[in-house]
Write a protein that binds this ligand. Structure first.
Ligand code: SAH
Length: 253
């Protein structure tokens, strides 16, 4: 049996209770070494076989899994954050399905959620935006033209941009040409939740590139853009308003 598990964003305490139990029991662990905090491997059994997938190709990963299956072992495939977001996990699941290998998936806390926690920020502020777009800039992995930042930005939602901190200058120019003002608030969170390593930078579209350069951030960072970050004149939600009734509470006025 193979368990695909989201390790969470970096803080080892942010793996789920279920993910932790599976990790503690596993005979074989294959972890995404480029981003998973290796401290989380302290939870593994002393005799677990541990592989770092950063140095492996798809077929090698599948080979380790296939051998473990033949030996009746349990494998945990440990992904960073949540496996469903830029996890390159679909191709692994497809091969397992083809080969008749039984697997399940345990979700994890994605880094964009850890970034909101670090920023003490809600992404969906009533009256401002009710939509969060998760995206990236095209690099070696292309992004379809229909999803260009310029097009996505027109909706003026909260944008969480992954895998793109090295393209921040380009992102800034594209967003401005899509109608975001130079004063639009932007936050960059480096290594969200990693104990002792996290950096949080808050700025505006016209200041953020310099701020990020000065902080020497060139990887493992998320870019959050949108009016939700603007702390002035925020409307309040209906949910806790005294004028609003819902299934669990009557209006007071
Ligand atoms: N599946 C992961 C994302 C993997 S893609 C998740 O759900 O978070 C790798 C990218 O995720 C990085 O380039 C960076 O943009 C982002 N990332 C991953 N961990 C991060 C963290 N702790 N803090 C900030 N960004 C992070």
């Amino acid at each position: 049996m193979v368990h695909i598990v989201g390790a969470g964003p970096g803080d080892p305490d942010l793996i789920t209770v279920k993910g932790l139990r599976l990790l503690k029991e596993a005979d074989v662990v294959i972890y995404a070494g480029s981003l998973v905090n290796e401290d989380i491997l302290n939870f593994c059994r002393a005799d677990a076989e541990i592989y770092n997938s950063a140095q492996m190709m798809l077929e090698e990963i599948m080979h380790v899994i296939t051998l473990a299956e033949r030996a009746g072992k349990t494998t945990v495939r440990l992904h960073t954050g949540d496996p469903s977001i830029y996890g390159a996990v679909q191709e692994q699941m497809d091969v397992m399905t083809e080969r008749g290998i039984e697997f399940d998936v345990t979700p994890g806390v994605s880094s964009f959620l850890a970034a909101a926690a670090s920023l003490k920020q809600e992404y969906t502020i009533p009256g401002i935006t009710q939509t969060v777009i998760i995206t990236r800039r095209g690099g070696r992995t292309p992004v379809p033209d229909t999803e260009s930042l310029k097009k996505l930005a027109q909706h003026q939602t909260t944008l969480c941009i992954f895998l793109s901190i090295n393209l921040l200058d380009e992102i800034k120019r594209e967003l401005m040409s899509a109608g975001f003002k130079s004063s639009t608030p932007v936050a960059v969170v480096y290594k969200a939740s990693w104990p002792g390593e996290e950096k949080v930078i808050k700025g505006r579209l016209d200041t953020i590139v310099k701020q990020v350069q000065e902080a020497n951030i060139d990887r493992t960072a998320l870019i959050i853009i949108g009016h939700c970050l603007n702390s002035e004149n925020r409307p309040k939600s209906n949910l806790y308003s005294p004028k609003f009734s819902h299934m669990f509470r009557q209006a007071k006025f």
